[in-house]
Design a protein around this ligand. Structure first.
Ligand SMILES: *Cc1c(COP(=O)(O)O)cnc(C)c1O
Length: 388
């Protein structure tokens, strides 16, 4: 890599944080109440309103929110939960935490998302739930999945970790599932450092998730510390400490306010990539499906055998130009943690193909014209097989 390229390295992503987040944090510090309290409540209310759902329950991460979602859905030992292998490992892990069995299903070759057909192929007599994922922010086609799952009385859990701001048939993703979960890790669209959220229209599930995340205490910490004489508390079942802090929530509230601007910029960057890269032989670009819009949390491309170089070759060319791209979405069934487990026997051909051929290009709010042009020209040069 040349010295110039080192100086102007382009990361695959970069969170967009500023003065407003710093001020919000300072206010919480000054207030003296830094653990879960009024800011978490405010963030939950604003998030629920933004997603068009009745209840939002904040958690320490999307992974812990997913654990809570499966718990409130009543999943336990002996149950099968269908999940895509083509997802971040947390999707399968959460099922394993409950003592249930993740059963891997394949994905649509175009969107990279599960479909009613791929889920159907993985159903067993013990299937109690399915975790559907809006992979990289591309919305999944929920309606046919709902029909299938309603017929078999299977709970639909939506892992919308990457998908805040993505839409399905004109409304935010997640709203049509029984329960959905979201991530605020810096790799995602909005960040609180670490953090997650569970959303649902079911009041009973929201209430149980609230107590489970706080050791299943009968009285929340906020209520216990409010009055001078605290009421006695009881521990109703074995719970967890999956709380978000008010420090995180204060940042989350500011970030949520930035969402429209963040979305507009990401879609603008995606459009620039499409304009610069479409028509290249052997390259397929992620795009909006006919029924929804992506937030372009990930802008991925598929490198076909007819392209000028392999996926690994293209990653190297990008690295030489100071561009940090990433291999596409992982496949859990190929990881040591799951390789030797019994995870069903559905065919995972499309999963393996996408796992082998896709890569993710840089997209972040402050990516400038020079950066985008460098990404585009490096890929065009690789397509032509020319030396950079
Ligand atoms: C990032 C991610 C998670 C985990 O989110 P955390 O907030 O880091 O726990 C889960 N599922 C998917 C699909 C993800 O992309």
């Amino acid at each position: 890599m040349s010295a110039e390229a080192v100086l102007s390295r382009i990361n695959v992503m970069k969170p967009w944080l500023g003065e407003e987040e710093a001020r919000a944090l300072a206010e919480v510090v000054a207030s003296g109440w830094v653990a879960q309290g009024p800011k978490v409540k405010e963030f939950e209310e604003k998030f629920a309103a933004a997603q068009g759902v009745r209840h939002a329950v904040a958690a320490s991460s999307c992974t812990t929110a997913l654990h809570l979602a499966l718990a409130v859905a009543g999943i336990g030992p002996g149950d099968d939960v269908v999940v895509p292998s083509l997802s971040f490992i947390a999707t399968a892990n959460a099922v394993t935490y409950l003592g249930a069995r993740p059963v891997f299903c394949d994905v649509d070759p175009v969107t990279g998302n599960v479909t009613a057909e791929t889920i159907h192929a993985a159903l067993t007599l013990d299937t109690r739930a399915v975790i559907v994922v809006d992979q990289g922010g591309v919305p999944l086609d929920l309606d046919p999945i709902r029909v299938l799952c309603d017929r078999h009385e299977i709970t639909v859990i939506e892992d919308a970790a990457c998908a805040v701001g993505s839409t399905y048939r004109g409304r935010p993703v997640g709203a049509g599932a029984d329960v959905a979960v979201w991530s605020f890790h810096p790799r995602k669209i909005l960040t609180t450092g670490e953090g997650g959220m569970l959303t649902t229209n079911r009041a009973d599930w929201a209430a149980r998730a609230r107590t489970l995340r706080e050791h299943s205490m009968s009285v929340s910490a906020a209520d216990r510390h409010g009055p001078m004489l605290a009421p006695p508390e009881f521990f109703l079942e074995v719970g967890f400490n999956y709380r978000m802090t008010d420090l995180q929530a204060a940042v989350g509230i500011v970030q949520l306010g930035r969402l429209p601007e963040v979305l507009a910029r990401r879609r603008e960057i995606a459009a620039r990539y499409v304009a610069g890269l479409s028509g290249l032989r052997g390259l397929r670009l992620v795009s909006d499906p006919p029924y929804g819009t992506s937030n372009f949390q990930s802008f991925w491309i598929e490198v076909l055998p007819t392209f000028g170089t392999t996926r690994e070759g293209l990653l190297e060319r990008l690295a030489e130009a100071g561009i940090s791209a990433r291999r596409g979405i992982m496949a859990a069934h190929r990881q040591p943690a799951y390789k030797w487990r019994d995870t069903g026997n559905a065919c995972l051909q499309q999963t393996e193909r996408l796992n082998d051929r896709t890569l993710i290009l840089p997209v972040f709010h402050e990516l400038d014209d020079e950066g985008m042009n460098r990404v585009i020209s490096t890929i065009r040069a690789a397509a032509a097989g020319a030396d950079a």
